[in-house]
Write a protein that binds this ligand. Sequence first.
Ligand SMILES: Nc1ncnc2c1ncn2[C@@H]1O[C@H](COP(=O)(O)OP(=O)(O)OP(=O)(O)O)[C@@H](O)[C@H]1O
Length: 223
Amino acid sequence: MIEISDLVVTYGSATALDHVRLSVRRGEMVALLGPNGAGKSTLADTLSGIVSPASGTVEVAGRLAHIPEGRQLFPDLTVEDNLVLGGWRAGARDPAPVFEILPRLAELRRRRAGVLSGGEQQMVAFGRALMSRPEVLVVDELSLGLAPIATRDLAAHLVELNRDQGLTVLLIEQNARLAFGVCERAYVLEAGRIVAEGPCAELAEDPRVARAYLGGSIEEPRR
Ligand SMILES: Nc1ncnc2c1ncn2[C@@H]1O[C@H](COP(=O)(O)OP(=O)(O)OP(=O)(O)O)[C@@H](O)[C@H]1O
């Protein structure tokens, strides 16, 4: 569904992605982990065509939707109008199917997106992405700024869509526990390069991955 080969992306003289190779098969849920500045959002932006590669290839086999980092809603528009805009390119105007999946959005439909809580805004961003009836969904930091319960709730919706509708998912996360809990495979991106990849169960056992992303033996700061 996603096939990235030898991808190089630069911003001026800085290399954000350095010969990255990543693939996601139809129906898979795959995680992309990495620290701040690793290039994760750049990879998501390249998949959705916002950023152009300097070299390499990016192939997406079906309709792709992208939940961008920080949601990027239209704060002065209602929830419903944000959703309708999400369906615009696909010619989908009726948010009813999205309300069926995310009933809370029906209750919030008349509210301005800008006044919602972080969790509610992330749900709107999720619903807006679903409006385009995607076959593959790229989620950039589902858990960003959300309480654990809101994160779990949205992750459960993702799992359900994957299981019941075969939605292919690339989940970009800092929260490795969440990512490993819901994905089968993961890639680890550091400083623009893939430094580890494999089944989540195996990666979780890798001492370096555990230390960096699961809080393994990292020393807690003391006061
Ligand atoms: N538009 C831009 N112009 C210049 N440099 C950029 C631009 N966007 C990103 N970068 C740089 O590219 C590198 C990768 O950034 P990116 O946002 O892709 O990382 P990330 O892994 O998503 O980080 P985070 O987890 O902090 O969001 C960083 O060094 C960043 O400063």
